[in-house]
Write a protein that binds this ligand. Structure first.
Ligand SMILES: Cc1cc2nc3c(=O)[nH]c(=O)nc-3n(C[C@H](O)[C@H](O)[C@H](O)COP(=O)(O)O)c2cc1C
Length: 313
């Protein structure tokens, strides 16, 4: 798939993606990011096996706002081509036009199970996974998100090629190795090499937090799209800032809108999710320590809404 075909198929109006972020890229965060100009957002990763065995927790992650239908992508993780190929056709995923396969999660629990970044050790399996997903996905787009490499070897270009051969519509490269987790510099050279290695569109990810870092990513590597993760936590307006568009926001208002979008969740779950988000919304703001202390005592949405966040930008 070429960049233009991808843009046409998904009716994309820009090149800025919100990353899958476990515990954060929920419906509330995604809706706010779209409001501020994100082109495309992803759910956090869901277990292919969880889907296969009907795990109830996945339903909450897969819940979409009406305006997300046909645009937001779902990320799944697993390592068995047959299971991946089967679950991508499930009804639970019918509203997602993109199925992204996680090949970058560095967490020991995931890697020990041969999932996430562990897949980068086996390009043949990568190709099998993608091709099985493409067969099962019946016209949906399949993509994969991986890292610079696993261990010493930065084999991201080889992995990108394996994805292309398997039939992926695009790939996302996070320019850090598995060992780096989320720290240290993003290697723009390896992202550039991935871009030069494949014909399918490439999404560059890592350390993009504002317009300057976005321009650096695009100009240095030549990637087609750019994905933002931590730069959007508590700052959904970062997408407007990156686009160079005027924007306005108020933290209290963002928090209230975010909470309102989580009303489909059991209250206990919504409260716990919002505590983590609010810590980001108020990061670096006046009184943040006091606000966080109050927030972490809350046990209901009403209590959360009563905390005096202040009226600041
Ligand atoms: C808390 C947290 C959760 C994450 N969860 C996922 C995930 O579910 N799937 C995934 O592919 N990457 C996940 N990532 C990685 C991000 O998508 C992204 O690749 C990484 O943070 C680098 O981008 P950044 O420098 O813009 O933060 C996660 C990162 C963080 C910090």
């Amino acid at each position: 798939m070429t960049k233009n075909k991808l843009i046409d198929k998904l009716k994309l109006d820009g090149d800025l993606f919100l990353a899958p972020i476990a515990g954060y890229s929920d419906m509330g965060m995604r809706c706010l990011c779209y409001t501020y100009g994100a082109t495309l957002c992803f759910t956090e990763m869901v277990s292919a096996k969880g889907l296969y065995y009907g795990n109830k927790n996945t339903a909450e992650i897969l819940h979409l706002d009406d305006k997300e239908v046909g645009i937001t992508g779902v990320q799944i993780f697993g390592h068995e081509p047959d299971i991946i190929g089967e679950v991508v056709g499930y009804k639970e995923l019918e509203n997602f036009p993109i199925i992204d396969i996680n090949m970058g999660c560095p967490v020991p629990k995931i890697v020990k199970n041969n999932d996430g970044a562990s897949l980068m050790k086996n390009p043949y399996l990568v190709k099998e996974m993608v091709s099985s997903a493409v067969k099962g996905a019946k016209g949906k787009l399949v993509s994969a998100k991986f890292r610079a490499g696993f261990g010493e070897v930065k084999n991201a270009p080889e992995i990108a090629l394996a994805c292309q051969e398997g039939g992926a519509s695009f790939v996302t490269i996070h320019g850090r190795t598995r060992e780096q987790y989320y720290a240290g510099d993003t290697d723009l050279d390896i992202i550039k090499k991935v871009k030069e290695s494949v014909k399918i569109p490439v999404v560059g990810n890592g350390s993009v937090v504002d317009r300057d870092s976005y321009l650096k990513m695009k100009e240095y590597t030549g990637v087609d799209f750019v994905m933002v993760a931590r730069g959007a936590l508590g700052k959904p307006y970062v997408f407007s800032q990156i686009r160079g568009k005027d924007y306005d926001y108020n933290i209290k208002d963002l928090i209230e809108k975010h909470i309102a979008k989580l009303n489909f969740l059991p209250e206990r779950v919504a409260v716990n999710n919002m505590k983590k988000h609010i810590a980001y919304y108020v990061k670096g703001r006046p009184n943040q320590k006091y606000i966080k202390e109050q927030i972490f005592k809350c046990t209901s949405i009403d209590e959360l809404l009563r905390v005096d966040i202040g009226n600041f930008k």
